[in-house]
Structure formats: C-alpha cells, structure tokens
Design a protein around this ligand. Structure first.
Ligand code: FES
Length: 548
C-alpha cells in the first residue's frame, strides 16, 4: 500500500513537471502561445479537484520520503543512482519553495495576477539569481523523477528496448523548456523596451516589488523552510534514538555458508547484516523490497522470524519462492539465524523478473525426441563443404518446421542430429501425441528432400528417431547468448539411447511404449523390451521400421 501510494504520488508529480516543462517549451512558438498553454494548465491544476490531487500528491510524497528516511537503517547499500535520487528529492523543496509560493500562494492570498510576464520579468531581468535557483530546482525535480522512473521501470520486461527513447525524451524536454523560456523572455523584454510599453513595464515592476507581497512571500517561505528543516532534523533525531534503543535490546548471530558468522544488533535486516559483515549480497533495488534479488534461504531459526508482510509476500510469490525463502532487505531476525543468499552478488535486472517455472528450473515430465541422419559422416566425406552445409541447413529447416508445427520445441542441433522437447509447458499426454506426429512429419519431410535432390544425392538419406517420456530437469541454461530452455536427466539420455537403437533394429523409430500409451493413438509397430544403461528393468518399446 505504502509503495503504491509513493509510486502514484510520484507519477502524478512527474506528470505535473512534464506538463510544466512542455508549457515552457511552447515559448519557442511565442510568448502568447506559452501564456495560452499556461492558462489551459491552470484551469486543470487550479481547479478544486486538480489542486486536491496535486497538493495531496505533494504532501503524500513528502511524508513518505521522511518515512523512508526513518525506515532505512543504512545507506551504504544504495547505488549511485539511488543516492542521487534521494539527495535531489530533498533539495527540491528549498529550491522551488519561492517559485511555488510566489506564483500560487501569494497570488491567491493577495488576489494578484502572476502570469508568464510576471515570472519572466523576475527571472530574466529583475532577480536573475532567482531564475538560476528556479532552473536548479526544476533540474533537481526532473532528475529526481527520471531516476525514480528508471529505478522502477528497469525491473519491468522490455524496458531495455524503451530505455534509449526515454533517455532521449529526458534530455530533449528540459532542453526545449529552457530554450522556450529564454525565447519567451527575450520577446517580453524586447516588447517592454518599446516606449509605448513603458507604463506597462512600470506597473509590472511595481507589482513584483510590492513590499506587502515581498513580506508575505518571505514569511511563507520562512515557515515552509523551517518546517521542512525541522521535520528533517526530527527524523534524523528519531533514527539516532532508535539506534540507541536497539543497541540496548541485544544482538543476534547470522550464520552464512562457509562458516562465516556475523553478529549484529537486534532490528538489523539480513541484508544490512551481510553488509556489516562484508558478505557479498545482491540487492538490485537497493533494499527497497522490489527486486527480490536479495532473497535468502533460511535454515535454522526460520520459526522465530516475523511473518512476511503483504508487500514482501507479493514479491516472493512473483518469483515462485519456496516457503523458507525471504527477502533479506525486509527481514529483521529476532534470534540467531542460518541464511544462504540465493543469487550471486552481481545480478542483472532480468534476475528480478518473475519467470515461468519451466524457465527458472523445475523437475517435470517432458517428452524428448532425438533424431539423427544415418551414414551422414561418410556422405559428407565425399562432398564439398558448401554442399554439406547446404544439405544440412535444408535438413534442419525441414526437421525444425515439422517439430514446431507439431507443437514441439527444437532444443538443439548437434552435428547432424536434432533434439526436441514436447510438453515443456503443456500436458504430457498431448506432448506424447505431438512427438509421434512430429516423428511422422519428419519422416515425410526427409522423403521430400530425398525426392527433390535425387540427382545430386546418390544414396537416399535415412534417419533414426528415438522418443521417451519421463521426469527431467527443465530450465533456462547456458551462458551469454547461448542461453536456451533445455532439459537434462535420465529421460534425455534414454531418448538418445533409443535413437541409437534404431541402427541395431534397422528401423526408423524406436519409441518408449509409455509414449504410445499416453498419446492415445493407435500405432503400428513391433513390441520389444530393451536394456538401457542405468535402468534395472528392461524398457518396453515400440519399433517402427518405416514411418513414411
Ligand atoms: S534488495 Fe531488492 S528486494 Fe531486497
């Protein structure tokens, strides 16, 4: 709830700043256009609902910022972007107070007009130092918002694709806003320099330098800044008080893999304990409980832990965590604990995203198909390399299409062989059916290749296929670009062995009887029992001499 409130209020304030900057950018068209845009925006933000939304969001965001400052025990785990965002956020109120109070509060209290000419005359002519302060305030608010968006979105799938465009927008908008403000300001000053406007300029100047207005602005600004500084000091004092109180409460010992032990005061999170003890620990979101990369498996001491709150439960559920897994940054042990960080210290945003179980690694029943070309090594020895590559690519394309059209997934091509998986996500019986259909389609495609290349091939190509069903460990495995979903285990080895048996039986297919039974298909073939390494009992199989 707190996180959602912070996000919603931050997004609303960010939308306000975007529109504000866009308004300034319109100054590139003309001062009149910028004034019209300002009038349209004021109609929204100065209406009762608009004001409630805007100032409500401002208040909520500020209160939650102080709350977060109090809640965070240590800042050392923050990365540079998070540090920058935090500091910029606390710089915004002192930098923008004069502008907000001067253009809205003072104008409303005294019933005076504070439009574009009023602001531009102050910033570009009468008090340029205030203009610079306003520029710094807007830059701080803009960077604070952009960094907040980045830290939130980087955990979302597809962000990498959009990031360059968002970065371009983040640079372009304030650039256009600054040049638009300067253009509108130049236009105003040129107009005011005309003798015919001398009186208007004096009126504007008098309105800006009105002592009553300046006195009121000074009072309001002083109250706001003192209030802000007081709240900041109160939060810092409360943090110290809590620290002192917790140090009185005793200490807990955390045991890490490899025998490392870290003793910390009660109330310290597991992540803070890792930092204090010098234990490398992943924490992509800087301990905000968003990314899940700090997750740890709890051994001894699990029962004494306070229960995970709703936000932590939601993040853990997103990554399919086991019941003994907790977020290190959100968990404060009440007694001694055994913990094992689950991710390596250097993690990528992708590690924080929820992924289907079959990608994260799970044991499940799958159907595995192996196919191999017979005598291809001999065939390739008599051919030019170009012919070999051409033929193999044609063969792989035909086999890949047959597998995928039947609902399977090509796992890999190995030499002149193919490994395919079925039922990686769906039901196993349907996977058995799909694998048998794929075998038939592969045999047909091979015959088409043989017919098409009859003149150049000499001998017709022949193929052996083995299919088995059973439990395997399925998951995304590999390194760098060579990462794919694959399966390992006995079922895979057995399917490969059945494919090898096609040579012994001079057959095109050797399939485990379980696959045929579970497919529910009527299937012609010879029933046999074969010995397979690693199995105590013989494996019933169906041998099919020719599929096509
Ligand atoms: S560090 Fe991101 S959830 Fe703990």
């Amino acid at each position: 709830m707190i996180r959602r409130l912070r996000l919603a209020s931050g997004l609303l304030l960010f939308a306000y700043v975007v529109l504000h900057l866009a308004n300034h950018a319109v100054g590139l068209v003309s001062l009149a256009a910028a004034e019209s845009a300002l009038a349209a925006l004021r109609a929204v933000w100065q209406s009762l609902p608009g004001s409630l939304l805007l100032y409500g969001a401002l208040l909520v965001h500020a209160v939650l910022a102080f709350r977060a400052l109090y809640a965070r025990r240590r800042f050392r785990e923050l990365r540079a972007a998070e540090w920058t965002q935090l500091l910029l956020g606390f710089l915004v109120p002192p930098l923008l107070a004069a502008h907000v109070l001067g253009t809205r509060a003072v104008g409303e209290i005294l019933g005076t007009e504070t439009g574009y000419p009023y602001v531009l005359a102050i910033y570009l002519e009468l008090a340029p130092e205030q203009g610079l302060r306003q520029l710094a305030g807007l830059a701080a608010a803009w960077l604070h918002g952009c960094l907040g968006l980045h830290l939130w979105l980087r955990l979302k799938p597809g962000y990498e694709r959009w990031a360059p465009w968002l970065l371009a927008g983040a640079v372009l908008l304030p650039t256009l806003a600054t040049t638009g403000t300067l253009a509108a300001g130049r236009e105003l000053l040129a107009r005011m320099a005309e003798p015919a406007n001398a009186e208007a300029w004096q009126r504007l100047r008098a309105s800006i330098e009105d002592p009553e207005k300046l006195a009121l602005l000074g009072q309001l600004q002083g109250a706001l800044l003192w209030g802000f500084a007081g709240a900041l000091l109160a939060v810092l004092a409360a943090r110290q008080l809590r620290r002192w109180w917790e140090h009185r409460g005793g200490r807990v010992v955390l045991a890490y893999p490899g025998g490392r032990r870290v003793t910390v005061p009660l109330g310290t999170t597991i992540l803070e304990s890792s930092r204090q003890g010098g234990v490398p620990h992943a924490a992509l979101c800087g301990g905000r409980g968003r990314c899940s990369t700090c997750r740890v498996r709890i051994g001894r001491g699990l029962e004494a832990l306070p229960a995970a709150d709703e936000a932590e439960q939601r993040v853990l559920a997103r990554v399919g965590a086991a019941p003994n897994v907790r977020l290190a940054c959100q968990t404060r042990p009440r007694g001694d604990l055994e913990v094992t960080p689950l991710l390596p210290p250097q993690v990528a945003p992708g590690d924080a995203r929820g992924r289907p179980g079959h990608l994260q690694g799970q044991e499940r029943e799958v159907v595995v198909l192996f196919a191999d070309l017979r005598g291809f090594t001999r065939f390739s020895e008599r051919r030019l390399p170009y012919d070999v590559v051409f033929l193999l690519n044609r063969y792989f394309s035909a086999m890949g299409t047959a597998i995928e059209q039947s609902g399977g997934r090509v796992d890999k091509f190995i030499g002149d062989g193919v490994m395919a998986l079925f039922a990686v996500e769906g039901p196993v019986d349907a996977g058995c059916r799909a694998a048998l259909e794929a075998a038939g389609a592969m045999a047909e495609r091979l015959e088409e290749i043989n017919d098409h290349l009859a003149d150049s091939l000499g001998d017709r190509l022949r193929m052996g296929i083995g299919i088995h069903v059973g439990p395997a460990i399925v998951g995304e495995m590999g390194y760098g670009r060579a990462v794919s979903v694959t399966a390992i285990g006995d079922t895979v080895n057995t399917a490969s062995r059945l494919e090898a048996l096609t040579k012994d039986f001079a057959a095109q297919l050797v399939v485990a009887e379980a696959v045929v039974a579970r497919s529910g298909m009527s299937f012609e073939g010879e029933r046999r029992e074969v010995a397979v390494r690693g199995r105590e009992t013989a494996l019933p199989v169906v041998v099919v001499e020719r599929l096509a």
